[in-house]
Design a binder for this molecule. Structure first.
Ligand SMILES: [Zn+2]
Length: 230
């Protein structure tokens, strides 16, 4: 089972399988919300064996250090973003549109630095961690971005794309992307998985068919289709 935990800016996800796994840890101020969500779902922090980070930005890695102290869980992160979390900084946030330039000062905060316990390059299976699924490298938003593909046909895609601010079931380009061409290749990789549903780092989830629609249109058309201002 997949449970969305809404933080101040972004989503974390709690995966309930044989053992619970937390995917992402919110922004630095999101600790109480995450702990409350764990409690509401009957999960003690010490039951967490793994905290997987989709990437090293402050609104995904913000509470990782504190949650590790409270849980003893291992933190897994792609090698490409390790330097970000060692510094507790976002690095480059390349704005993709006007909204990105507007929100950048509000989201570009520092967070407690830490050393990831498990560093991966191409991905790995979550089965040894109690979840039927695997982690895929999906770089572009950052060099070390990764997605969780579950056996259920759902995926947690971090900031590869975002949900729509206004419309349910719609994907939009994220506000920030450091390498859009590489990110498009990651969207192709995810589209080939034949996903039923994608759960993004920001706003609501959308069907896997949104990946194909994104690839078939320009980013400007996608925003127009989603009803949001270009
Ligand atoms: Zn991000």
């Amino acid at each position: 089972m997949l449970i969305r935990i809404k933080g101040a800016i972004s989503n974390c996800y709690l995966l309930l399988g044989e053992k619970p796994v937390l995917v992402d840890t919110g922004a630095p101020g999101d600790l109480k919300r995450i702990l409350a969500a764990l409690q509401a779902n009957g999960v003690e922090p010490k039951q967490l064996g793994l905290i997987l980070l989709t990437h090293g930005h402050s609104d995904h890695a913000g509470c990782a250090a504190e949650l590790k102290r409270r849980s003893g869980a291992l933190i897994a992160l792609h090698t490409g973003d390790v330097r970000l979390v060692r510094a507790g900084e976002n690095g480059v946030l390349a704005a993709q549109d006007t909204m990105g330039r507007i929100v950048r000062p509000f989201v570009d905060e520092q967070f407690e630095a830490f050393e990831p316990d498990l560093q991966f390059r191409d991905g790995f299976s979550l089965e040894p961690h109690g979840i039927k699924g695997r982690v895929l490298a999906t770089p572009g938003h950052t060099l070390g971005s990764a997605s969780v593909v579950l056996a259920s046909g759902e995926a947690i895609i971090g900031d590869v794309l975002r949900g729509s601010m206004l419309w349910p079931n719609r994907a939009s380009p994220h506000f920030f992307c450091n390498d859009p061409e590489l990110n498009n290749l990651s969207i192709v990789r995810l589209a080939r998985e034949g996903l039923m549903r994608c759960h993004p780092g920001i706003f609501g989830s959308f069907p896997g068919s949104e990946l194909q629609r994104f690839l078939a249109t320009t980013s400007g058309q996608v925003m127009e289709l989603s009803g949001e201002p270009v």
